[in-house]
Design a protein around this ligand. Structure first.
Ligand SMILES: [Zn+2]
Length: 244
């Protein structure tokens, strides 16, 4: 993995702008690890994906994540900051190791962890029930009840909840949540952390800053975009200060 170059960051931003967040996550990953292919990354379990995106965040924007959350009690906006290192746990195994058996009462299932393709399929569903069913279809590879083949449509809510719990345990970073407490009213709640959104916000902000720099220098000196982006940030900054 490596930090984005300025030219690369603009390319990522340009492609990501028109993409769904699921594809955007893959674009961000691909930009930070040229060894991978998009197809291979799409097979990564979501927790592994998010662990790697946290690492990309740290390499490009430093160790602190800062965000805003609204208190569900009083509506007050709360700022929070956390260290990316405290979130990054051990990365789950690669795709070949993603399958596991899950037994519950008379129910036996062969399952695998959800990946980006599964999320994309679920995102096509009309509503939340459809999305949840699509995800079950992707992640439950085989199912039998009392030795007879069965389908995910027959799973009870309790069984689905138990399976979700199992998936979360096996891929802990897939659902990063923060425990927050409101200083105003004392309300405590869980806020889920969208790593893709965090990283994308920073990429977009830096892209806008870079474009402004290119605009200023190109207007003043007539240099090309690629020449300006190839300069070290220090040298670019020195020219910008002379213009100011
Ligand atoms: Zn509050």
């Amino acid at each position: 993995m490596h930090a984005f170059t300025d030219a690369q960051l603009l390319e990522i931003w340009e492609s990501g702008l028109v993409q769904h967040p699921i594809d955007r996550a893959l674009t961000l990953l691909l930009g930070s690890d040229a060894q991978q292919t998009r197809a291979a990354l799409a097979e990564w379990p979501v927790g592994r994906r998010d662990g790697q995106l946290l690492e990309a965040y740290r390499m490009n924007f430093g160790p602190r994540l800062e965000g805003l959350a609204a208190c569900p009690g009083c509506g007050r906006r709360l700022e929070f900051a956390l260290e990316t290192a405290s979130l990054a746990g051990e990365l789950p195994a690669l795709p070949s190791g993603n399958e596991f058996d899950f037994n519950l009462g008379d129910l036996s299932m062969r399952c695998r962890l959800p990946n980006s393709r599964d999320l994309a399929a679920a995102a096509m569903a009309d509503d939340e029930t459809g999305a949840s069913l699509a995800l079950l279809h992707s992640c439950v590879l085989a199912l039998s009840r009392a030795g007879q083949p069965d389908t995910v449509e027959h799973l009870t809510d309790t069984e689905i909840a138990a399976l979700e719990e199992q998936l979360a345990q096996r891929d802990p970073q897939a659902d990063l949540t923060l425990a927050l407490t409101c200083a105003e009213c004392g309300q405590t709640w869980q806020e889920s952390l969208d790593v893709v959104e965090f990283l994308w916000t920073q990429v977009a902000a830096r892209a806008r800053r870079l474009l402004l720099e290119v605009h200023s220098l190109a207007s003043a000196y007539g240099w090309s975009e690629s020449d300006i982006l190839a300069m070290s940030p220090v040298r670019r900054q020195a020219y910008l200060e002379m213009l100011a």
